[in-house]
Design a protein around this ligand. Structure first.
Ligand code: GDP
Ligand code: MG
Length: 177
């Protein structure tokens, strides 16, 4: 491996969006720190966390942004979206309204982004199967119609959390290399 190759480094900004209380902050803390906070207020104030992975022997850093609760007031700023090359659009499989609002979040994302953004639709809280309100099929077909990746996750029991983030990171990487 040449020095050039070894020193090559990538930094991708990824944003997490979706209605309040769908589990955005917990998906991030599960991925970046392997932690889960039952108290939803615990992560207010965190701007972003950085997580690295190796792809093709290169260090790829994902700078993953979490809202500090602004989504409650529909006040996520353009600074939040600026420079993002990846996005996780999250809903809660137990609350239909959060699924119905996915379109709005996608509109907002498209309005604020000027480059190609790798997008994944996430149905979170799949551990709560007994009170599921949105079927896997509904999630899948929305994702297909919008050209998004799709995955159900649980920040509580870790199901698919790393897989989801890593799929987005790999997709961004493959689009630029
Ligand atoms: P945010 O507002 O989208 O950032 O959502 P939070 O991460 O703060 O989570 C909101 C609430 O849902 C908290 O009480 C979490 O403990 C809970 N929660 C988040 N993810 C999951 C999950 O995968 N499964 C279950 N059962 N609860 C979750
Ligand atoms: Mg949050």
């Amino acid at each position: 491996m040449s020095d050039d190759e070894r020193c090559e480094e990538y930094l991708f900004k990824i944003v997490i969006i979706g209605d309040s209380a769908v589990g955005k902050s917990n998906l991030l803390t599960r991925y970046a720190r392997n932690e889960f906070n039952p108290n939803s207020k615990a992560t207010i104030g965190v701007e972003f966390q950085t997580q690295s992975m190796l792809i093709d022997n290169k260090e790829v850093k994902a700078q993953i942004w979490d809202t500090a609760g602004q989504e409650r007031f529909r006040a996520v700023t353009s600074a939040y979206y600026r420079g993002a090359v990846g996005a996780l659009v999250v809903y809660d499989i137990t609350r239909t309204s959060t699924f119905e609002n996915v379109g709005r979040w996608l509109d907002e994302l498209n309005t604020h982004s000027d480059t190609t953004v790798a997008k994944m639709l996430i149905g979170n809280k799949c551990d709560l199967e007994s009170i599921r309100a949105v079927s896997v099929e509904e999630g899948k077909s929305l994702a297909e119609s919008q050209g998004l990746f799709f995955m159900e996750t649980s920040a509580l029991d870790s199901t698919n959390v790393s897989t989801a983030f890593e799929m987005v990171i790999r997709d961004i990487y493959s689009n630029i290399s």
